[in-house]
Design a protein around this ligand. Sequence first.
Ligand code: AMP
Length: 281
Amino acid sequence: MKQVARQARTEGRPTGFVPTMGALHAGHMSLVRAARAECGPVIASIFVNPTQFGPKEDFQKYPRTFEADRVLLEETGVDFLFAPEAAEIYPLGFRTWVNVEGLSDRLDGRSRPGHFRGVTTIVLKLLEIVQPQRAFFGRKDAQQARLIQQMARDLHMDSEIVVCPVVREPDGLAMSSRNAYLNPVERQAATALYRALDGARRGIERGERDALRLIAAMREVIRAEPLVEPEYVELVDAETLEPVTLLRGACLALLAARVGTTRLIDNLLIEERDGWFQTTL
Ligand code: AMP
């Protein structure tokens, strides 16, 4: 992969990279299309990274659909697919980890200790191997994207980190490989995450600026759905990920919830523009 990538970098156009854990859906493919629009060649990776899963999490049962993924990537114009073995990425005696302090302890990091250390370590390794000019990530995982941007800045990395919009199902549910775990009743209930964020969006459009009131309204929507157990509902500064009391600058409303045994996350981006707030689901 290093050899191929080195060759690709001499070809004049910027190389684009889309890292994934496979079980690909339209969200992943939107990243590939964004990469294709700006870059060539486009390199994608599929690697279910063991170090970002906790001991009681779903690493073993995480959906693996390699052959279908490979075909989809090829059809969408990916030039190279990197799908390493875990033993190659983490050989015996592996000892070096990357941790983005502070940002990695909050929100998902609090619910999933060690998760972001695994994420930033694998992303750094993949970016070191591929050395793309641009790497594409989804805002679906907003905290992850923020951490990766911070890591790239802190470590003087050459890759530009591009964050792309959330791709949703027609009823609003954010696409996720984990949606495959939901049974039909849970699938229906799972829209509560979107409905809560959409309620916040409408509240903001009506002029609500108070974070606690927006959070209370989001919790109310989730409470009305007995199959959905909230883990956190927060409104934070998009840069520091620290809670805010009043909307200001760029903020994120972030949700994590369990629907049955499936853990789902979603978020709403809120950006102040000349005194107005633009919201993006
Ligand atoms: P994953 O395979 O879950 O590790 O995701 C690989 C990349 O796809 C990450 O950058 C995710 O943020 C992104 N992604 C996953 N779901 C979506 C979605 N619904 N919309 C946009 N990007 C997504």
